[in-house]
Design a protein around this ligand. Structure first.
Ligand SMILES: [Zn+2]
Length: 314
């Protein structure tokens, strides 16, 4: 794989990751936030700390691209605006406007607000990479069901959000490229054409993680077919796969105190990488959230190194 990434939790980012990434041959680091640790608001303040910037510089000087991979809508359109502008927010199944997650993607003012916030984000963060990953909210079944939105599937609603975000990013960085995340609600086929500067990011969280993607498991078959259809819409050259091979958080239901050993199976991971490769994909990353120093002391780094080797060899 040309791009071999690890996505870790912001507060677990430290210098010790540099030799580990080098030994594993990883060349991209994604920094991720979780709502339970302050979400994107915390993440931005943390990114603006001098120590964080210095640490990112160290990784970039060593040839590792550092990017931010964030669920962003609740920051781009703060929920506190709901009381003043309820029509900007989504309509639930009962026909009520609710200020919980995402928003009404048919509301032009809300879309414009998102665009300006994306511009503000880019100005604040001033990242080196032109790749941006500002995803919709990390909650399932959070689409807008208003009269204007209800015919739009999850991918189409995501497309409208991402087009606004990309317009905002481009005001700061004309070369900005934005992830179109296929995940949960947006794991569908968009009917609207993507912008040329959007790339597919395929994150099959609903797959069977214990069996190869290319097997007769029903979920894996559905995910596989979806990827192949998405690759008829998005070019494979720029597409990325975001996997869960090393995601301690997924396997502990995002509860750090429950974090245990990973069910890592190198043969299965290699089969998955071979499948992705056969589909023309050259960029893969895996979450490695909760693989912090304490976890590594307990469970070691064999899984990490094996995964890095598989990504290098396939
Ligand atoms: Zn709507």
């Amino acid at each position: 794989m040309r791009e071999r990434g690890l996505i870790i939790l912001n507060k677990e980012f430290d210098e010790k990751w540099l030799p580990l990434m080098q030994e594993g041959g990883f060349n991209k680091l994604g920094l991720h936030s979780l709502y339970q640790y302050g979400g994107m608001e915390w993440h931005i303040n943390w990114l603006l700390k001098e120590q964080t910037r210095a640490l990112i510089d160290k990784f970039e000087e060593a040839g590792i691209a550092v990017e931010q991979e964030l669920h962003s809508v609740d920051w781009l359109l703060p929920r506190s605006l709901y009381s003043s502008y309820p029509q900007w927010f989504r309509m639930n199944e009962k026909g009520e406007r609710v200020g919980d997650w995402n928003f009404c993607v048919s509301n032009e003012e809300a879309l414009e607000y998102i665009e300006i916030s994306a511009y503000k984000y880019a100005m604040l963060v001033r990242q080196t990479s032109h790749n941006y990953f500002l995803w919709s909210d990390d909650k399932r079944n959070m689409l807008c069901r208003c009269e204007k939105c209800r015919h739009l599937n999850g991918a189409d609603q995501n497309m409208r959000i991402m087009k606004s975000i990309l317009r905002g990013l481009k005001r700061y960085d004309a070369k900005a490229k934005l992830s179109f995340l296929a995940y949960d609600d947006s794991m569908m086929l968009p009917t609207e054409k993507p912008d040329k500067d959007m790339f597919l990011e395929f994150a099959p969280i609903g797959r069977n993680h214990l069996k190869p993607l290319n097997c007769d498991d029903e979920k894996n078959q559905a995910n596989r077919e979806m990827l192949l259809k998405l690759l008829k819409i998005f070019p494979a050259e720029s597409a990325r796969v975001l996997e869960y091979f090393l995601d301690v958080s997924l396997f502990s239901n995002w509860e750090r105190e429950k974090a245990g050993a990973l069910p890592y199976d190198d043969a299965r991971v290699r089969k998955d990488l071979e499948f992705y490769r056969s589909a023309g994909i050259e960029r893969t990353a895996t979450f490695a959230v909760f693989m912090d120093e304490e976890w590594r002391k307990q469970f070691g780094t064999d899984d990490l190194m094996q995964c890095g080797r598989a990504m290098r060899e396939i």
